[in-house]
Design a protein around this ligand. Structure first.
Ligand code: MN
Length: 311
């Protein structure tokens, strides 16, 4: 899905801060943002925490009511250097992109769009769904060896699941205890949906990865700390298990990966390394260049905002 990332989320001139020591727990403050006409709680990026592995963007979106003709309503906009990972716990969204993809996504399914050198997409009402929309739009930063490559789109209608003591884990990306998602990933990465019943569950982790948990519904307790919807708990690396206690039913997403070693410059819908790269992508979008081919959408193209460093 779409950002956009503003300078309040990720100051454009910043470099990656150091990644804290093993087995910490830091819980983010609430921060409201908006995507399309939706209020969201922005979990990543934050000034103090910009990435978890290659995960560089996470919103808690909704729950909110949509109808057949009015939903997320994010018109055509460009991306470079990232993958968008869309996961819904309720509702339906129609994805269209400059590769010609036209795909409705429903709960339990995964849309994964790789931007590489450049792609454009929209997120629209389906024309058929009315009800609650609730989910988590995520971005993954692409590493140097793939970020200049061609765009791509994958839809996974079914994903592998693992039974936990008191819940079910769905593997969105990467692998948990030998169960692997078919979704593409360009760096060592894991993303897991946790549908938890009341009780205690344990999820095996790769200790080489840093991890974080984002709560979507209900409440979870990690290391004795309560975590409410919209909050991100960063857990550091060096853990071989996530022990999660749920006082009530809960829904959460576990994100992890090997710390992303490349300095990122994130602005609007672009994940780059330098201002020149961002300026070039902006100019390409404004000029409707072949880098971001046009595609049919009932929604208006979203104009690129003014660059913060060229006023
Ligand atoms: Mn987008």
């Amino acid at each position: 899905m779409s950002g956009p990332v503003t300078t309040a989320d990720a100051p454009a001139a910043d470099r990656e801060p150091g990644h804290p020591a093993v087995r910490c727990i830091e819980i983010s403050e609430d921060r409201e943002a908006s995507v399309g006409r939706f209020a969201v709680r922005r979990a990543l990026p934050r000034r103090a925490r910009r990435t978890v592995g290659a995960w560089c963007f996470a919103d808690h979106m909704g729950p909110a009511e949509v109808d057949e003709t009015s939903g997320l309503d994010i018109g055509p906009h460009p991306h470079i250097g990232l993958q968008t990972v869309t996961w819904l716990v309720a509702g339906e969204v129609l994805h269209r992109d400059s590769l010609g993809s036209e795909q409705v996504i429903k709960p339990g399914q995964l849309n994964l769009m790789t931007a590489g050198h450049g792609v454009a997409h929209s997120e629209e009402a389906t024309g058929a769904y009315r009800g609650t929309l609730h989910g988590v739009p995520l971005w993954v930063a692409q590493p140097e060896h793939t970020r200049h490559g061609p765009p791509a789109f994958e839809h996974h209608a079914d994903l592998p699941r693992l039974q936990l003591e008191h819940g079910v884990a769905t593997v969105l990306v990467g692998e948990v205890a030998g169960t692997s998602s078919p979704a593409r990933h360009d760096t060592p990465l894991v993303g897991v949906d946790l549908a938890l019943q009341r009780g205690e569950s344990a999820v095996p982790l790769d200790p080489r990865f840093e991890h974080a948990v984002l709560v979507l519904d209900g409440a979870v307790n990690l290391d004795g700390r309560d975590l409410a919807p919209g909050r991100l708990a960063y857990l550091g690396d060096g853990r071989d298990e996530l022990a999660v206690r749920t006082p009530i039913r809960a829904r959460a997403v576990l994100l992890g990966g090997v710390p992303f070693g490349e300095p990122l410059l994130m602005w609007w819908n672009f994940v780059a390394r330098t201002r020149a790269e961002v300026e070039s992508a902006c100019a390409g979008w404004r000029a409707a260049s072949d880098r971001f081919p046009a595609f049919r959408s009932p929604l208006a193209r979203i104009p690129a905002p003014a660059l913060p460093w060229t006023r």
